[in-house]
Ligand binder design. Structure first.
Ligand code: 13P
Ligand code: SF4
Length: 399
């Protein structure tokens, strides 16, 4: 059992990291090869090489690091944050020629949308996608909308997409009068959507949608239906679609979805008096069993403010939980589950890829640039601007 000042690593599981394919697949954020002459991971000079390349680039480069990134990568970040904060930070750096995004693909796309045309956004490993974002393809979303039209419910339905979705889906919501949300403003986004229509199509994370609708807006579980993208009409009758207040896309986070109500019971038995704090991407029964729920930034600020000597079990990605435990030696901070729960795609960004991307820029070569088509960028920006105008969320600064 861990005590204050000590972090116990969860045990490894056979599938600690989800398997990634080797093929190039433009329709998937996962399983994409990263071509490039990468330095060997065993090269003892990698840190020095990365520092030298970053110093040579100076103010021309700005490195963003998501909270779920590895320690070795976070060391190089000029700023760390959740997906929303990093999008704002990218937008606030109009003088940086290169934005190196140490996160996943949909975040780099949002950064490209929020930066100017003469700035370049780079994702050090193209295989750093998001399995949740992959659960909603734009073709499936458009087919779903046609089904809602055929059922006579599209009018009055407002699409809301989680930040964790492709730029094409953000553009879809912009075209159809909807908005983007993050885990920190999902309540305000849904309230805004219900002020515009009688029903919400929430994509792609069913758990964030359900947790927000039921726990923040006071809707019932029966007000929510789950749309299965691989079944005709989502596996729902026209009557079910008509009666639903929230149509939840059948997607989930493969990392946060692994926590269970048993994980909560288990940690409570091991650590009497422990506070259980989980991310809203967790399953509804996990959030119900926990004491607190909140976004990544909320988790960080809650632990900053926690009493010395207090005990916390955290249900979010392991890189972040380990860093928080080490940053707060006066508190007992444990990972909610007994086994490993890394995000495999976040972990694709490692020192060899980062050093390769930086050294390539020094040599005048842009690798792994992330670009969004002008049409998608325009309408995704409409939806992102709608989100940024919501109360409680500061607007990005950009010229
Ligand atoms: P935030 O970065 O908004 O906390 O989202 C969590 C997550 O799963 C990122 O991929
Ligand atoms: Fe996607 Fe979940 Fe990984 Fe975030 S933690 S990038 S939602 S798989």
């Amino acid at each position: 059992m861990s005590t204050t000042g000590e972090f116990i690593e969860p045990a490894a599981t056979p599938l600690a990291l989800l398997l990634l394919g080797q093929e190039s697949d433009p329709f998937s954020e996962r399983g994409v090869d990263c071509p490039g002459d990468l330095p060997a991971p065993s090269d003892p000079d990698l840190v020095a090489r990365g520092r030298a390349a970053k110093a040579a680039l100076g103010d021309r480069v700005f490195v963003l690091g998501h909270h779920y990134q590895r320690d070795e990568v976070i060391e190089f970040a000029d700023v760390t944050g959740d997906s929303f904060k990093l999008a704002r930070e990218a937008a606030a750096r109009p003088d940086s020629e290169y934005i190196v995004f140490c996160g996943v693909h949909f975040m780099a796309e949002s950064a490209d949308i929020l930066t100017s045309a003469d700035q370049t956004v780079i994702l050090p490993d193209l295989a750093a996608g998001c399995s949740m974002a992959d659960m909603a393809a734009i073709e499936q979303v458009e087919a779903c909308w046609r089904e809602l039209e055929a059922a006579g419910v599209a009018q009055g339905t407002v699409p809301v997409t989680y930040m964790n979705s492709s730029a094409a889906i953000k553009a879809f919501t912009g075209r159809h009068g909807g908005t983007v949300c993050t885990s920190s403003n999902a309540k305000a986004s849904l309230e805004w959507a219900f002020s515009r229509g009688e029903r919400v199509l929430f994509m792609p994370d069913q758990h964030l949608g359900r947790n927000t609708a039921v726990l923040d807006l006071g809707l019932s579980l029966d007000d929510c239906v789950v749309y299965h993208p691989h079944r005709p009409r989502g596996g729902l009758s026209e009557a079910q679609l008509r009666q639903a207040k929230v149509i939840l896309w059948r997607g989930h986070c493969s990392v946060h979805g692994r926590f269970t109500a048993e994980s909560v019971a288990d940690v409570r038995a091991r650590i009497p008096g422990v506070n259980v704090l989980v991310h809203p991407e967790c399953q509804h029964e996990v959030v119900l069993a926990a004491d607190y729920v909140g976004s990544t930034e909320h988790i960080i600020t809650t632990l900053d403010a926690a009493e010395p000597g207090s005990a916390w079990a955290i249900g979010t990605e392991l890189n972040l939980v380990r860093r928080l435990a080490l940053a707060h030696p006066d508190k007992q901070i444990v990972f909610l589950d007994r086994t490993v729960c890394y995000c495999s795609t976040m972990n694709r960004i490692d020192l060899p890829h980062l050093v390769w991307a930086l050294e390539s820029l020094v040599e005048g070569r842009v690798v792994n640039q992330i670009t969004v088509t002008p049409d998608d960028a325009h309408f995704a920006r409409v939806a992102l601007d709608q989100m940024l105008a919501l109360p409680g969320v500061a607007a990005p600064t950009r010229d």
